[in-house]
Design a binder for this molecule. Structure first.
Ligand code: MIC
Ligand code: SF4
Length: 755
């Protein structure tokens, strides 16, 4: 097969030396890999000034865009309005999120084609029209397909999914964004990002036994927590990095999304060469080798990293223990040897009911091979697995090859369900039998996220994240406290047997193979392609402009909800059953904030309607405010909007008339999404002011008319007892972002410019 977009990759590499030389000149010191990639992708071309990390807003020119079905609908509905004929950079759409996991791949895929026909047709024809490559349902999970086909060392891409960062495994700077950002790049405009801070992770030693690449990121997540990476690129280096496989590096970068990092990356090395060659991209290796010195950090940097990174972490792979993270949050790490005690102390059910292997994080050939080696031992030793098993291969290429090599057969001998090459249970597309009973239970998976209700909709499911081989061991044992390094299992003869450490080929020794990879190339000239959206469609809705700002201070705003604690995008715009409305803004708005905990009553989806005094569901109460022409605001806690890139979490409140979101802190993508959609995203200047907000408060902006960069705004809180107080709120809008707010959204502004 031909390498995709090889000419683009070669052009990027041709200009690398001059751009790095220019960057060295302005920065005046050795460069990290992250800086090299960023400076090589400046919109202005060769660097003329040094950017300040964590401060400067910089315009970039990413090399490509990737979108998945659940976010592409909104991205492309917006792109349609930008008035362009064709995308300006190579772009792809991947149908992976909308496919349910229920009985097994062939039936599930067919059911999903039947159910989502309208949306898949829309995506396929709009891709065809605008020159976008389309990966059909069943082709695989976006990030695995991108790693196998498109990622290249030293490249820069954006994708409408937070785990776009997975491509860091092939030495890219790959960043998750909302659809509106993707529209900018596809429309041939600059893409803006605050120049990130840099966190260095030095890996020493070498993995062995039960420890895998997953444990590196589970450990990093434990250290940095879900917000520790915010605004930063995590750059991995050191001898330990060289010993990791390329897909293992992908796993580590993938879960960088879970610590809020802008992205993560690794320098170009042998593992990447091996992977590129195995996936048919010798030409990329030849091109990369010619500029290899620029595709990794400078030696001086890695010799004295403390001088060049804003923060430094060191992990010795030889000492790293396998980890199990959870429940309910991916940063709660427990080494396997401590799990039994930890679970017992916290009342987490020890009995494991399901083991799931897959997701974009861990569905490579190596992942399946290593997990299969455990399963095989169990079968050979006569151990009956205690829990149920399901796997989602990452791509058709991985599935086909794993099937050919007998790996899937090993799983099937143990009664494993092989689901479609898709996200499946990872995004709540799991028809788990009995989940509606909401029983307290434990599952283990190799995914990246384990927020409450995420996999099966049951708030009492305790989901734990671990490596595929550990998932296999824990599911076979049916015991969360099982430590395969020390414990034995009883086989059907009553003997005590021990599982040996996993083994598995990094890459298939006989090479990858596939019959139909599921790719559909776009028409050379798509201008004749018609995009039809039925006016009465329940799944798709053409977008209308959000109203422009009238230039007045917002006054008399009601409090819609004061959310307490974790409020991820899953809480703001739930996935699972709601995925079907991702192309229909009005319909999906009925899930707005239904998962958020109301600080005043501790309940979800029950807020006071200040107009009637009665309690109602969040979307209904907001619709009542909208109908009455009453503005409202949302108040939230720390790291508000953590998790996904879904811009629905910003568009829904905008559509329903919320005017401002005021929180202690934001997750990066969500903050940008709010700005892009013309919403006011603000943070408390004094965090403790969060406590001042009462259920019956109204709010007046005092100086919004003077909205300007680097200037605080003043908000007057009017309490129901007649007292008022003023607080300061911060924002991070620069001058052009304020224009988005004025215009009503970034898209409105593009349209104005086009007209
Ligand atoms: C996720 O893992 O939450 C998703 C579904 O892939 C999202 C994107 C989405 O909401 O569609 C993400 O991570 O960005
Ligand atoms: Fe799909 Fe899960 Fe990966 Fe998101 S995290 S892209 S839902 S597999």
């Amino acid at each position: 097969m031909k390498v995709f977009d090889l000419d683009m990759i070669q052009r990027v590499y041709e200009r690398y030396p001059a751009r790095i030389a220019a960057a060295r000149k302005v920065v005046g010191r050795p460069l990290t890999l992250s800086e090299k990639i960023l400076y090589a992708h400046l919109w202005e071309g060769e660097a003329t000034t040094a950017s300040e990390r964590g401060k400067s807003y910089v315009d970039f020119a990413p090399d490509r865009v990737a979108m998945q079905d659940a976010t592409a609908q909104m991205a492309l509905l917006q792109f349609m309005q930008a008035g362009k004929k064709r995308v300006a950079v190579p772009s792809t759409v991947h149908a992976d999120h909308l496919i349910q996991a229920k009985v097994g791949a062939s039936k599930d895929l067919q059911d999903s084609l039947n159910q989502n026909n309208e949306v898949f047709n829309f995506l396929s024809s709009i891709s065809n029209k605008y020159g976008i490559g389309f990966w059909k349902p069943g082709a695989g999970i976006i990030h695995q397909v991108v790693l196998e086909n498109y990622a290249f060392p030293g490249g820069m891409m954006i994708g409408t999914d937070s785990h776009t960062v997975n491509a860091g495994g092939l030495g890219m700077v790959a960043i998750g964004v909302g659809g509106a950002d993707a529209v900018d790049v596809m429309a041939g405009m600059a893409w803006e990002l605050k120049f990130p801070k840099l966190i260095g992770v030095k890996l020493t030693g070498k993995l062995s036994g039960w420890t895998s690449a997953k444990d590196v990121i589970l450990k990093v997540a434990d250290i940095l927590t879900v917000k520790g990476g915010t605004g930063a690129i995590v750059e991995y280096f050191g001898e330990g990095a060289l010993s990791l496989s390329c897909t293992g590096k992908g796993t580590i970068c993938n879960m960088g999304a879970e610590i809020g990092a802008t992205t993560s990356t690794f320098g170009y090395d042998e593992s990447m060469r091996r992977y590129l060659i195995a996936t048919g991209r010798q030409e990329v290796v030849t091109a990369a080798d010619a500029i290899a010195e620029h595709l990794t950090g400078d030696q001086e940097v890695y010799a004295e990293p403390e001088k060049y990174f804003d923060q430094l972490i060191e992990i010795n792979l030889s000492e790293l223990e396998p980890h199990i993270n959870g429940p309910f949050t991916p940063d709660r790490g427990t080494p396997v040897s401590k799990m039994r005690a930890e679970a017992t102390a916290n009342g987490w059910p020890l009995q494991v009911e399901w083991g799931l292997i897959g997701s974009c994080t861990n569905s490579s050939y190596e992942d399946l091979a290593r997990a299969a080696s455990i399963v095989k031992q169990a079968v050979a030793q006569g151990i009956t697995p205690k829990a149920e098993f399901g796997i989602n291969p990452g791509s058709e290429q991985v599935r086909y090859t794993a099937d050919r090599d007998g790996i899937l057969a090993d799983f099937e001998k143990m009664g494993t369900k092989v689901f479609t090459n898709a996200c499946g249970p990872c995004i709540g597309q799991w028809a788990r039998e009995g989940a509606e009973k909401q029983e307290k239970n434990t599952i283990v998976h190799s995914f990246n996220r384990n927020f409450s209700k995420r996999a099966d909709g049951n708030p009492n499911t305790h989901a734990f994240v671990t490596s595929p081989e550990m998932v296999a061991a824990l599911a076979i044992a049916g015991d969360l406290g099982f430590n395969p390094l020390t414990d034995t299992l009883t086989n059907d003869k009553g003997e005590q047997v021990k599982l040996e450490a996993p083994v598995g080929d990094e890459l298939p020794t006989r090479g990858f193979a596939v019959e139909d990879n599921g790719y559909q190339a776009p028409a050379a000239d798509g201008s004749h392609v018609e995009i039809a959206v039925a006016p009465d469609s329940q799944r798709l809705q053409l977008l209308e402009n959000f109203p422009t700002w009238d230039g007045q201070n917002i006054t008399g705003a009601r409090l819609l909800i004061k959310a307490k604690g974790k409020c991820t995008t899953d809480h703001i715009s739930m996935a699972g059953p709601w995925l079907r409305f991702r192309g229909h803004l009005d319909n999906i708005s009925n899930n707005m904030l239904i998962g958020a905990e109301n600080a005043f009553n501790g309940e979800a989806n029950k807020v006071k309607n200040q107009l009637t005094g009665e309690y109602g569901e969040v979307p209904a109460v907001q619709r009542a405010y909208k109908a009455a022409g009453v503005p409202s605001i949302v108040v939230g806690d720390h790291n508000y909007g953590e998790g996904s890139s879904r811009e629905h979490a910003a568009m829904e409140p905008r559509h329903l008339g919320v005017r401002a979101v005021l929180v202690k802190s934001f997750a990066r993508i969500h903050e940008t999404n709010l700005k892009k959609q013309g919403m006011l995203g603000l943070t408390f200047a004094n965090e403790a002011d969060y406590d001042k907000i009462q259920e019956d408060d109204t709010f007046d902006f005092i100086d919004l008319q003077a909205f300007a960069p680097d200037t605080q705004l003043t908000l007057q809180i009017n309490h129901s007892n007649g007292q008022s107080e003023q607080i300061k709120v911060n924002h991070t809008y620069n001058a052009s972002q304020i224009e988005w707010f004025r215009a009503g959204s970034a898209l409105n502004l593009i349209k104005l410019m086009e007209a």
